[in-house]
Design a protein around this ligand. Structure first.
Ligand SMILES: NC(=O)c1ccc[n+]([C@@H]2O[C@H](COP(=O)([O-])OP(=O)(O)OC[C@H]3O[C@@H](n4cnc5c(N)ncnc54)[C@H](OP(=O)(O)O)[C@@H]3O)[C@@H](O)[C@H]2O)c1
Length: 333
């Protein structure tokens, strides 16, 4: 984890949108470690970011100085395929309303979280930031990706037209505390962890893994992602200004660990961590998604940030937390 000597954030009022989610909760934890005492959070029931009137009122009342925009409608292949309209419309509304209100109320810096699915399906690997909008997107999450691309362009356009200081961080696949383990909407890592845990508990002999297992993916612990986001927001002007003032490069930074593994290797690692002794059966009838997605992290590297949590350590921590949460819900019922 990076340490921050001159924290811009420590004494400031910060709004973390989406604080109960995987990414937002990690950002709140990281800000608390930073010594931030004025962190504002709202659940979706308290503030629906797709409601522009409510968002304007909230920003007018609270006047945050820094905003981490980690609220979004998020899901795996199944959810994206089933609700494509919700994925594009809700995400466009959330980000437009938030950025618009932030601009009108003079927010100093805003960090918009996107996702690596903004890059073309078949772009060269590792993926550099400038590959955005250079080819067709993966069809299974195109509406979501288009909304995220629009968010990045909105940051850039606001910076150029109004002199705002908004940046976008594109994390690779995340995992960590508060992940989504609902099998109808979850991503590959939490879905496999849950399936293997349940198979172990029931004594099942096999677990089905979606797709061929040959596609490659990169995984980053959400605490590493949060560390990168805080690092970016804390950058001194001399390093931050060139990112938000460029006419040629979008204010966009990949956040990853720099290495990837196949879904088969991931499944085997999770099997090992969970202690499931049965077989893995690869269901070739299910979609694989993009063949490979490894982010080029040299821009973050040049800014002085690197991921620090190994996949094995991260998985062990996440499984321990999963067991704690599961035993708590059994104790409560
Ligand atoms: N998970 C990943 O692997 C991953 C990877 C790369 C990038 N990201 C990015 O990180 C961001 C957050 O993802 P996540 O995985 O943390 O998602 P998540 O766990 O599903 O959390 C999403 C959060 O957004 C809030 N939210 C959704 N709709 C809202 C609305 N209309 N108004 C107010 N709040 C709303 C939810 O609030 P409630 O809890 O109150 O419902 C929730 O706290 C997204 O932009 C995503 O693209 C995620």
């Amino acid at each position: 984890m990076s340490t921050t000597n001159n924290s811009l954030l420590a004494g400031s009022r910060i709004y973390v949108a989406g604080h109960r989610g995987l990414a937002g909760s990690a950002i709140v934890r990281r800000l608390q470690r930073e010594g931030c005492e004025s962190i504002v959070t709202m659940t979706r029931d308290e503030l629906d970011l797709s409601d522009s009137v409510a968002v304007n009122e909230f920003f007018g009342d609270v006047r945050p100085e820094y905003v981490f925009l980690a609220a979004a409608k998020v899901g795996g292949i199944l959810a994206n395929n089933t609700y494509p309209a919700d994925f594009i419309q809700e995400n466009l509304a959330i980000q437009n309303n938030t950025m618009d209100a932030a601009r009108h109320t003079g927010v100093k810096r805003l960090l918009f979280l996107g996702s690596s699915c903004i890059y073309p399906r078949d772009c060269p690997q590792p993926i550099r930031e400038e590959y955005m909008l250079t080819g067709p997107l993966e069809a299974t999450n195109r509406p979501y990706a288009v909304a995220k691309i629009a968010g990045i362009e909105t940051c850039w356009a606001l910076n150029r037209q109004y002199g705002t200081q908004y940046i976008s961080a594109m994390p690779t696949n995340l995992y960590g505390p508060n992940d989504n383990y609902d099998l109808s909407t979850s991503h590959v890592l939490p879905a496999l962890l849950r399936k293997m845990h349940e198979a172990k508990m029931s004594g099942a002999s096999e677990v089905a893994v979606w797709g061929t297992g040959t596609v490659r993916r990169e995984f980053l612990h959400s605490d590493d992602m949060a560390d990168a986001c805080v690092y970016l927001m804390n950058l001194p002007d001399a390093a931050y200004e060139p990112i938000v003032r460029s006419d040629t490069h979008a204010p966009l930074l990949n956040v990853g660990c720099g290495t990837d593994i196949t879904v088969r290797e991931l499944a085997e690692l999770i099997r090992d961590v969970v202690g499931f002794e049965g077989r893995l059966v690869f269901d070739h009838s299910k979609p694989d998604g993009t063949p490979r997605k490894l982010l080029d992290v040299s821009r973050m590297d040049q800014l002085g940030w690197r991921a620090g949590i190994s996949l094995r350590d991260g998985l062990e921590a996440v499984y321990a937390e999963y067991l704690r949460t599961a035993s708590l819900s059994v104790a409560r019922s």
